[in-house]
Design a protein around this ligand. Structure first.
Ligand code: CAA
Length: 283
């Protein structure tokens, strides 16, 4: 299977990053979202990132122009009739994802792979919303996508070997390191990361230390590039809560119970960097 054209559904933080790395690697990319403004916002982030690459001497003006030319703005899912793969990076919600996959299944050509960037939802269940479960796969990028090397590739129960191999090759073309995992809640990345973040929130909730102290311990003591509370703000507290709930529901174990303080912040609309306030405040 040869991939030439890509559609990325969702032009937010993750979707725009995925579109950027695909366009830079030479793929034609439809960047799709519900409204023009959302697509424009994603394209602006990409352009800003590419400008920085040029300023740093890592990319020429011509390479930047080529990458931008590879981007096609889309607000119509019917554009999926022109692509070899769709990478879905929409809202982290099973009903939303199932609806998108069912619609794409009716539009995209038979050979088209339908991939999801979901950070924790079961690929097998998303695949069941389509008539091509063997062509459905998880392609989980890390944030910020242009910087982070990992792509966690998740095999659903029915994912075909050829589809897996195609995605593995594509991840390498994007300059990423693919790692294969099976379809269990949170996969590997968030099954390990989120309970750590949740535990950091519990230590704050129980008054063990200040937020700055908790972050400092992990940064200086364990060499993490960001403390867990800063990282939670960076990921989005709503996303962290959603993933904890997925783990809690999926395994039924109390060790995955989301911290009440995390719930409270999300209810307050303090979702982290994207809303200007989470554990810390942002301009
Ligand atoms: N987009 C593109 N590039 C970015 C960026 C962004 N949002 N943020 C930072 N960068 C680039 C910077 O331009 C800089 O590039 P140069 O080396 O070319 O200058 C480089 O990253 C380093 O940035 P900074 O010097 O500003 O800051 P830093 O050294 O603190 O690095 C960081 C920033 C890479 C984000 C680093 O703090 C880090 O690695 N943090 C942890 C990130 C992490 O754990 N990500 C996974 C989150 S979990 C996830 O994504 C999975 C999930 O499902 C929830």
């Amino acid at each position: 299977m040869v991939i030439k054209t890509v559609m990325v559904v969702g032009a937010g933080q993750m979707g725009s990053g995925i579109a950027q790395v695909c366009a830079t690697a030479g793929y034609k990319v439809f960047l799709n979202d519900l409204k023009d403004e959302l697509v424009a916002k994603g394209c602006n982030i990409i352009e800003k990132n590419l400008n920085r690459q040029v300023e740093k001497g890592r990319m020429t003006e011509i390479e930047k122009a080529n990458a931008i030319e590879n981007l096609i703005r889309s607000t119509d899912l019917n554009d999926a009739e022109n692509v070899d793969i769709v990478i879905e990076a929409a809202t982290e919600n099973m009903d939303v994802k199932k609806a998108i996959f069912a619609k794409l299944d009716g539009i995209a050509p038979e050979h088209t792979i339908l991939a999801s960037n979901t950070s924790s939802l079961p690929i097998t269940e998303i695949a069941a919303a389509t008539s091509r479960p063997e062509k459905v796969i998880g392609m989980h990028f890390m944030n910020p996508v242009p910087v982070m090397k990992l792509v966690e590739i998740i095999r659903g129960l029915a994912t075909g070997d050829e589809v897996y191999e195609t995605i593995e090759r594509m991840a390498k073309v994007l300059g990423k390191v693919p790692v294969e995992v099976n379809d269990f809640p949170g996969f590997v990345s968030n099954r390990v990361l989120m309970p750590m973040i949740n535990e950091a929130i519990y230590t704050l909730y129980e008054g063990v230390a200040t937020k700055e102290a908790i972050d400092e311990v992990l940064k200086l003591g364990m060499n993490h590039p960001m403390g867990p509370l800063t990282l939670a703000d960076f990921i989005g507290l709503d996303t962290c809560l959603y993933i904890m709930e997925t783990l809690h529901e999926g395994f039924g174990d109390d060790k995955y119970r989301p911290c009440p303080l995390l719930r409270k912040y999300v209810k307050a609309g303090w979702l982290g960097k994207k809303t200007g306030r989470g554990f810390y405040t942002y301009d």
